[in-house]
Design a protein around this ligand. Structure first.
Ligand code: SAM
Ligand code: SF4
Length: 425
């Protein structure tokens, strides 16, 4: 048996419950300067090599899950980069990873034509996340997006009725909302989504990772809270509700997200896996990723052993992002001590007005959404940015890498502490 297949068995053995699949496609036609994700400019030869390696990695994990009697995957999410650049590869992903629940893919608006979306539906995709960002040309120009407002709208209209779930990504940058020409653009975009009848609207504050050409900026947290609260008020009058820190859902629709699945196995360059007590990260560099798989090895680059207490902390953090904490689920996964600690922390947060008790756990209050918004931003800048900056350095030899300089990323004591406490070689 190949070393990679054996290692995939070991990773599956680390997971403690139902498992979702995440697949990363790290190629884009053009790089957007605000985007911190792992991607390079698409190039045919590199992509061919990449997808051959991805096929192998997916087979290792699918076999390992089946052998352990743990399949099929509960859900599949294909993100990027721009997965819709490669419809044939997407079909292979769907075939390789048996999935009983939703199969979702991120869609660049210029790829949201009726023909391309029909093909996605035909291969079994049930949910799409459309990267509209805005329905205003001046906002899209500021973001230097490769599409205009008409393309954002056409993609959403073409998707509606074709998939069980249609999500639209919007970006809010309150610094731009100061500009008289743009003031109100974000709320107008939210209203457009509600009027179109999408299932979910994801409202991301623009994160300024130091290593992107957009550089760093100070966030005006109070204005960010205000604008998201205004979106909540708009939602309430139009048949929608805030279901997580950054998502609004049509009442009655199923919430959908790439990051809040309880346990997931990540495949592809830059994908991560969360097994409950362990967090694993694949090589970001396309060549480093392909090379590892070609040598028969799982392409893992970093491993963080969180253990039960930090694992329960990580799990509750993402549960709370999605609106609340289920204490019973924590207890089943991590045992009485870590779940007791989480319950204590939730009780404290309830006293502070951040959460409210509900049967079996706690839900975020309106104030809780503000607090979590700030916390989420801090976690992004203090843990995700320095990790990704280090990993993106693997791209040094790839032309068109797209980032200004990994050296200008944030770092600091939280990242230093996390690495020293949890990282294993
Ligand atoms: C990585 S993109 C992938 C989909 C596709 N490539 C596209 O651009 O439409 C997924 C989403 O990430 C969000 N995103 C990208 N950069 C961001 C940033 N700096 N801050 C907040 N959200 C960001 C955007 O809303 C985007 O739709
Ligand atoms: S936001 Fe732009 S650079 Fe980032 S993945 Fe989407 S298309 Fe590529």
């Amino acid at each position: 048996m190949e070393e990679g297949a054996r290692a995939a068995r070991d990773v599956v053995a680390l997971t403690d419950g139902a498992v979702g699949a995440y697949v990363h496609v790290p190629f884009c036609e053009r790089i957007c300067p605000f985007c911190p994700y792992n991607k390079v400019v698409a190039e045919e030869g590199l992509a061919r090599r990449y997808f051959a390696a991805l096929d192998r990695e997916m087979a290792w994990y699918a076999e390992a899950l089946a052998e352990a009697g743990r399949g099929p995957f509960t859900s599949l999410y294909v993100g990027g980069g721009t997965p819709t650049l490669y419809p044939d590869a997407l079909e292979r992903v769907v075939d390789a990873l048996p999935t009983e629940g939703e199969r979702a893919v991120e869609v660049l608006p210029t790829h949201g034509t009726a023909e391309r979306l029909a093909r996605l539906a035909a291969i079994g995709i049930t949910a799409v996340s459309i990267g509209a960002q805005s329905f205003h040309d001046d906002v899209l120009r500021r973001l230097r997006r490769p599409h205009d407002a008409a393309a954002s709208r056409a993609a959403v209209e073409n998707a509606l009725g074709r998939f069980a779930t249609v999500d639209v990504d919007l970006i809010v940058d309150v610094a731009w909302e100061e500009d008289a020409a743009l003031a109100g653009a974000f709320l107008d975009d939210v209203r457009t989504c509600f009027q179109l009848g999408v299932d979910q609207v994801s409202t991301y504050p623009l994160m300024r990772f130091g290593y992107t050409p957009f550089g760093r900026v100070r966030h005006d947290r109070r204005r960010e809270h205000e604008v998201l609260r205004a979106a909540s008020a708009l939602a309430a009058g139009m048949g929608y509700e805030r279901r997580s820190v950054w998502t609004f859902n049509r009442i009655g629709s199923t919430p959908y997200t790439s990051i809040t699945r309880p346990r997931f196995l990540g495949m592809g360059a830059g994908a991560s896996s969360f097994a409950g007590r362990d967090f694993l990260v694949n090589h970001f560099g396309v060549q480093a990723y392909a090379e590892a798989v070609e040598h028969g090895r799982l392409p893992l680059a970093r491993r963080f052993h969180l253990g039960p207490v930090a694992g329960a902390g990580y799990d509750s953090f993402w549960q709370a992002y999605a609106g609340g904490v289920d204490v019973g689920a924590l207890s089943r996964s991590f045992g009485p001590v870590p779940s007791g600690l989480a319950a204590c922390a939730s009780r404290g947060l309830a006293l502070a007005g951040v959460m409210r008790p509900v049967p079996g756990g706690y839900r975020l209050t309106a104030r809780g959404y503000d607090v979590y918004h700030d916390l989420e931003r801090r976690v992004t800048y203090s843990l995700i940015e320095p990790l990704w900056a280090e990993m993106l350095a693997e791209h040094a030899s790839v032309p068109g890498g797209g980032w200004a300089s990994p050296g200008s990323a944030r770092g600091g004591s939280v990242w230093w502490l996390a690495r020293h406490l949890f990282e294993r070689s």
